[in-house]
Unconditional design. Sequence first.
Length: 581
Amino acid sequence: MEPLLNIENLCVDFVTNNAISHALHNISLTVNKGEVVAIVGESGSGKSVTCLSILQLLPTPPALYTSGKIIFHEHGNETDLLQLSQQQMQAVRGNKIAMIFQEPMSSLNPVQTCGHQVAEMLLLHKKISSEEAKAQTIALFKQVQLPSPEKMYSRYPHEISGGQKQRVMIAMAMSCNPQLLICDEPTTALDVTVQKNILQLLRKLQQQQGMGVIFISHDLGVVSEIADKIIVMYKGKIVEQGSTKSLITNPQHAYTKALLACRPALHNKGERLPVVSDFMEVDEAGNIVEKTTTVLVQNSTGELIINNEQLIIEQPLIIVENLKVWYPAHTTFLGKVTDYNKAVNDVSLEIYKGETLGLVGESGCGKTTLGRCLLGLIPPTNGKIFFDNKDISKATGREFRLMRKEMQIIFQDPYSSLNPRKKIGDAIAEPLKVHRLFATEKQRKQKVIELLEKVNLSADHYNRYPHEFSGGQRQRIVIARALALQPKFVVCDESVSALDVSVQAQVLNLLNDLKKEFNFTALFISHDLSVIRYISDRIMVMNKGIIEETGNAEELYLHPQTAYTKQLIASIPGIIYEPNI
């Protein structure tokens, strides 16, 4: 195969006043024309640094290229991209090498229409008129299967969904027919159905254009559906690489085995998910040592924590009757509402004491609205909510504040739900202060340290700020804060959706352990049915504000009744690797 890009012995350091951080250690890889190469690893492994270096998008300083070459092959010529000036790189970026960034909302300009931003790329690199640029943009929107391409041209990023924004980014990247396309986690925060559509679209466009693709992800299940070759990175080093089939069916490195084994889709409810530390450890010299014996606590039968007979005996903690949450969608000139956005439309459900009810559906189906409405964070338009035999649907603000101790939420993004100026010890202690649970500061601090240790953090973390923690550690902090008041009911709103698969496994294990210890009832919201199946006793499928289907977790997963549920299950990335542990 003809090489398109060669990275040779690339080393990148980040230099600050206090220390030097080694981000990449002698990275060497090759991307051939027409080939999809996936780079896989956890956050901090060096995936994005590698790809940002290709386009010289790292600020220098603090980034420092200590050695290495990035050779781009074009028409028989070889160019070291690291030797080009910024002006020379402008002719490469978006034209010869394009990139789809991880978060489309922060990558698109909020004050410019989607069409204008794509047309701007065409006008920059091609000698065409504005009318031709608009026509080509609309054609690109059709190619990436955006609905109503002409209308989409005039829409702003906030007016379209996450999947549609990602398609706009793909259209922008494809606008100049690049020879190499870099995709940096393009499907991480998307629904499984949207994710599958995006993967199929990328593969189709790649085959049509014959371009090379670098696909960055932390999920081997996702890249198994699109990649020809997989490169596994860990702490700035390549630990394993090979063809997709050989690497997934016969992984050699302990870290690769761990990434494959920790996915919830491979495990029954009741099994403890494997984590990276079960497969390997790092010695004092920084070398990876594979563990020869892996000891995992398993329940091979996948026995449910709560079976149907127990549910009949147990009293419901929450009863919802004909709940509606409607928002005005269109109004007349005089302000009369003519149409509504029915976020939650006539929903009735029961959540039993001690169970975990999984709520699954695509973005915009009403999952989060329903969860927040149960907690009194969003007022219902109509219907009744009973919590512990009390009607809370018409409770006043003061009445809800008195009940807040019994109901907590773990938000999707832990960083935005923590005050960046407040130490995490104070953040966890805050609800204890509000509800006056302990007489002295010393007692509150002792309780916080106890909670930190329960979520596998230490007393040393008490005086640190949120930015000093990783994503998985921040999620543990938010869980500790939610459990500080020992609530009866906890809503987990997409609490693992943005985490690496290995960190996700740790958090899911932690939630299972804490649920047994604190015996709380949980509503677990997610768009990933494999996670919902693993963590839940029962599953409720939601679509466009209504409940499509409800049933026992395993039964619903194996024998779905509605077409929508079947579509969700079919969209789960599948891999054939089965861990031998």
